[in-house]
Design a protein around this ligand. Structure first.
Ligand SMILES: CC(=O)N[C@H]1[C@@H](OP(=O)(O)OP(=O)(O)OC[C@H]2O[C@@H](n3ccc(=O)[nH]c3=O)[C@H](O)[C@@H]2O)O[C@H](CO)[C@@H](O)[C@@H]1O
Ligand SMILES: C=C(OP(=O)(O)O)C(=O)O
Length: 421
């Protein structure tokens, strides 16, 4: 079993190149299913989730090439409309195959992704929206079976809750629907905007992306094209927090400060000096006190749940007391017991973590439970006295490209080890 061994590392320093966004690349790759002509996607990160997606696309009959950060998908005819449990169970985002496959093929069979560490994560909004567009949907033996006679039909969908992949699935399906689809209470996340821009580059007619009101005028077919995935705002935020807690100075390059306003505001509130240009962000925490900050997660443009775990470790070591309230997922505090084992003083009550701050963390063997919890434990290891071993790093590999190389480049002592339990 692979682990990351992290040693107390001192202030991080230097430049780190940010990869393309996992949560934009995944819906874009799945939406390439809509297109019978070749599609070239640039700035795709090398991640386990991307490899899983490519396997799913191969299963549907696609010819996929992946060189460096460029992926080319060619799917002139669909060979299979099934996304099997064996692949889907390793990646919830597989649900994003449903809308595009149904829209193009009139039929889709996708394994239910199931619950995971951070919450139940139902897909009722995805299914309900597709039904409103005329799909006939049943769930049998763990699979979603969706069918439509002819094309999906444009309609108005009011989403009960803000759902990122729910919005993406319905928006992608609506691209090939007959007539106009309106999605109200749509997610405004930058990854939804990236997907809309990608689809429009292939001939889709989507307007309103980035607002909660999307209008999708259906077209008969998409054409091939090229697109560059946006930078990963969560990877960027993770490196900025790592720099902050180690009292370092780090510049994230190939990123976009406009995607991180809520996160940058909280880092400034915590005492960081932040500078930025069009495609870089620099944090300087040298000789500056780090103060804990209250965090409340909510849909974009508010503070992202995917940065909550990283700010929990920041609050554990910063001066002062602060609360962290998680409003998106009901079980996203699995990193807290592990941080407590490293010496953090955090009390959990319902969906709020009360952080006392100023903890002197000590290294321990800790268990990563999900992607961002893993990142939080790696950051904790950078400031903890002695050695931290982070177990179950396959979670980390789902979402962070070459994380140990990037951290080493900033002066951290981190290595991947093979060790049995
Ligand atoms: C691949 C991807 O982009 N993943 C992101 C996406 O996940 P994902 O799209 O799965 O998250 P959602 O935005 O859908 O979830 C928001 C909330 O809505 C609930 N819900 C969602 C759909 C549904 O049909 N019914 C329902 O009740 C969820 O349980 C959750 O409580 O957005 C999350 C919230 O920003 C991020 O943490 C994930 O990193
Ligand atoms: C929760 C995340 O991803 P996923 O939705 O793929 O589980 C994440 O990126 O933090």
């Amino acid at each position: 079993m692979q682990k990351l061994e992290v040693l107390s590392s001192g202030p991080l320093a230097g430049d780190v190149r940010i990869s393309g966004a996992k949560n934009a690349a995944l819906p874009i790759l799945f939406a390439s299913l809509l297109c019978p002509e070749p599609v070239t996607i640039r700035n795709v990160p090398r991640l386990q989730d991307i490899a899983t997606t490519i396997k799913l696309l191969n299963g549907f009959g696609a010819d996929v090439e992946h060189h460096d950060d460029v992926v080319t998908v060619n799917l002139p005819t669909i060979a299979s409309h099934v996304a099997p449990y064996e692949l889907v169970r390793t990646m919830r985002a597989s649900i994003l195959a449903l809308g595009p496959m149904l829209a193009r093929q009139g039929e889709a069979k996708v394994s239910l992704p199931g619950g995971c560490a951070i919450g139940a994560r139902p897909v009722n909004l995805h299914l309900h929206g597709l039904e409103q567009m005329g799909a006939d949907i049943s769930v049998t033996e763990g699979y979603i079976n969706a069918k439509v006679d002819g094309r999906l039909k444009g309609t108005t969908i009011v989403m009960d809750m803000v759902s990122v992949t729910g919005t993406e699935n319905l928006m992608a399906a609506a691209v090939l629907a007959e007539g106009t689809t309106i999605i109200e209470n749509a997610a405004r996340e930058p990854e939804v905007v990236d997907l809309a821009l990608f689809l429009n580059a292939l001939g889709a007619k989507i307007s309103g992306a980035g607002t909660d009101h999307l209008v999708i005028e259906g077209v008969e077919a998409l054409h091939g094209g090229e697109y560059q995935v946006q930078p990963d705002r969560i990877e960027t935020g993770t490196f900025l927090v790592a720099a902050a807690v180690t009292g370092g100075k780090v510049r994230c390059t190939h990123t976009d400060p406009r995607l991180l306003e809520a996160v940058l505001a909280k880092l400034k509130e915590a005492g960081a000096a932040i500078d930025f240009g069009d495609d870089w962000i620099e944090i300087d925490q040298r000789d500056r006190p780090l103060t804990s900050v209250d965090i409340t997660t909510a849909p974009y443009p508010a503070f992202p749940t995917d940065m909550q775990a990283q700010f929990t470790v920041l609050n554990a070591v910063a001066e002062g007391a602060a609360t962290i309230t998680e409003n998106i997922f009901e079980n996203r505090f699995m990193h807290v017991p592990e941080l407590q084992r490293m010496g953090a003083s955090i009390e959990l009550k319902g969906n709020t973590a009360f952080c006392k701050g100023s903890a002197e963390l000590s290294g321990a063997t800790v268990m990563a439970t999900d992607l961002r919890a893993s990142a939080c434990l790696v950051i904790a290891g950078l400031v903890a006295a002695g050695k931290t071993k982070v177990d179950r790093i396959y979670h980390l590999d789902r979402g962070y490209e070459h994380i140990e190389d990037k951290l080493q480049g900033l002066g951290a002592t981190v290595r991947r080890i093979n060790e049995s339990m």
